[in-house]
Design a protein around this ligand. Structure first.
Ligand code: SAM
Length: 290
């Protein structure tokens, strides 16, 4: 096979310890170190405007809707009338954007440790947040998510969405995948509450994934796993829902579409629907079959 002449500028990142993904950069918009992480905003030929943190692509405008709709809507749909949502992480504001689409939401608090990153996102990633930060129901708090949740009152949120850097990438997020942290999440959730976390890759980082899954299982009575292929990541991203008993885990496609219509989301989605809900929750989890 001819060696590809890589003459352009490429961003290469570890999909796993032994596998790399390399994508050609059309141009670099910004590259700077904040107090917490190295932030790059680039335009990839294949993925468009993208955010890279500590060398890991977080989201790209061409496919971020797949990730953010998959992260937010399955958990929101399973909770009766979710009014108060807590998002931890989610710096570029796309998770906030998706949560605010539910007409039941009265307040969405987004907690991110990196205030400089949030300001960069507000300015350079308008296509991702789409003005979500300006929504009167949105509240942005710059703090360590672990600190914030420790101080949050019992039963103060209906949904908690953990949109953090991977459990095996930056150190600043690692303890927000622990059993201790999930016990705090359980405490701040209302009786009808549920949480979801992005959980990296069960195929390429099976040990880390199992650690996160076990921690959720130790705390929550209902646990759902699903994974969705994200072109920019080069793998199927895993999501884990941890829920209290009243969570509706077995909605059919028709019921999901009815809820989406009732909450005025019907025409605001590009990927998620009743059929997608059934499809992604029934896909097998990608694991290495040793
Ligand atoms: N939406 C992204 C995606 O598409 O993959 C997910 C990543 S988002 C950019 C990750 C965010 O988690 C970053 O903004 C980072 O600052 C934040 N973060 C990491 N550790 C944190 C912590 N301990 N507390 C709060 N935010 C944290």
């Amino acid at each position: 096979m001819d060696v590809v002449d890589i003459s352009g500028l490429y961003s290469t990142e570890h999909v796993s310890e032994h596998t790399l993904m390399s994508s050609e950069i059309e141009r670099v918009v910004l590259w700077r170190k904040t107090k917490y992480q190295e932030v790059a905003i680039v335009v990839f030929n294949d993925f468009g405007l993208s955010l890279i943190l500590d060398g890991y692509t977080q989201s790209s405008v061409y496919d971020e809707y797949i990730y953010h709709e998959s992260l937010v809507h399955p958990v929101m749909i399973g909770v009766e009338n979710p009014e108060r949502v807590l998002i931890i992480g989610g710096g570029e504001g796309a998770t906030l954007r998706e949560a605010l689409k539910h007409s039941t939401v009265r307040e969405a608090v987004m907690v991110d440790i990196d205030g400089e990153l949030v300001e960069i996102a507000k300015k350079y990633l308008v296509e991702m947040h789409q003005g979500a930060f300006e929504d009167p129901r949105a509240k942005v708090v710059i703090a360590d998510g672990a600190e914030y949740i420790r101080k949050a009152p019992d039963k103060s949120f209906d949904v908690v969405i953990l949109d953090l850097t991977d459990p095996y990438s930056s150190e600043i997020a690692r303890n927000l995948y622990s059993e201790q942290f999930y016990k705090e999440v359980y405490r701040v959730l209302s009786e009808k509450g549920a949480m979801v976390t992005q959980a990296g890759s069960s195929f390429f980082f099976e040990k880390d994934y199992n650690w996160v899954l076990e921690n959720v299982r130790k705390v929550f009575p209902k646990v759902l796993e699903y994974n969705v292929w994200i072109p920019t990541f080069g793998y199927a991203c895993n999501f884990i829902i941890g829920a209290k008993n009243s969570f509706k885990a077995d909605l059919n496609a028709k019921k999901v579409d009815e809820i989406l219509k009732a909450r005025k989301l019907k025409d605001k989605l590009k990927f998620y629907s009743g059929k997608t809900h059934i499809a992604i929750l029934n896909m097998p989890i990608y694991r290495v079959k040793k």
